[in-house]
Design a protein. Structure first.
Length: 199
């Protein structure tokens, strides 16, 4: 029997359950911690634990439902943006969806409040997109570095390491000669590549 793999959902149309479930779960977790602490602090000294549990039971379900509804709205706007842009998926769809959702969530409090929360939502989602982009770049460069230079652990008596020939690679627009090197240190052999600019 083959175990199914649950990775990233490739089609935006089938992410509704994923979005709503994630929003409901996160809201339930953080809402439970917040409302329990609030109920515990605001209850009499002889019934603080009971007050915290009561606050969780009464306030967390609607709070979690609100989180799921907001994520459903984000999914709807993000899917609309994706369709309007010719099924192009990038961080701009999420930024616009988060901004619009934060504005619509506070629309009943007036235009100034809705605009303020829309700006806050835009700043938040831009920050999240920047953090994810930085993480992707970091992981990409780490994978490139691991492919260029690696540590090989060998036992005594293993066959010697065979060096590759020099070759030329472009490095940020500059012709660079990449020269392999080898350093023996005990039972370890460190091998990698040195970059030398070609004059």
């Amino acid at each position: 029997m083959v175990t199914p793999s649950y990775g990233e959902i490739s089609d935006y149309r089938y992410r509704l359950i994923d979005y709503v479930g994630g929003g409901f779960s996160l809201s339930a977790v953080f809402g439970s911690a917040y409302h329990f602490a609030s109920g515990f602090r605001n209850s009499p000294s002889e019934g603080r634990l009971t007050g915290g549990v009561r606050a969780v039971r009464t306030k967390v379900p609607p709070f979690a439902g609100r989180g799921g509804a907001l994520l459903a709205l984000i999914w709807a706007i993000e899917s609309g943006m994706c369709l309007a842009r010719g099924q192009r998926e990038d961080h701009w769809n999420t930024i616009v969806a988060g901004t619009a959702t934060c504005g619509l969530a506070y629309a009943r409090r007036g235009a100034p409040t809705a605009a303020l929360h829309a700006l806050l939502g835009a700043a938040t989602f831009v920050g999240l997109a920047g953090a994810l982009l930085a993480l992707d770049l970091y992981l990409y460069h780490q994978s490139r570095l691991n492919s260029l230079g690696r540590e090989i652990q060998v036992d005594h008596g293993s066959p010697p390491f065979v060096q590759k020939k020099n070759f030329i690679r472009p490095w940020l627009g500059t012709a660079v000669a990449v020269k392999p090197y080898r350093m023996d240190h005990g039972a370890h052999i460190y091998c990698g590549l040195d970059r030398v600019q070609v004059k």
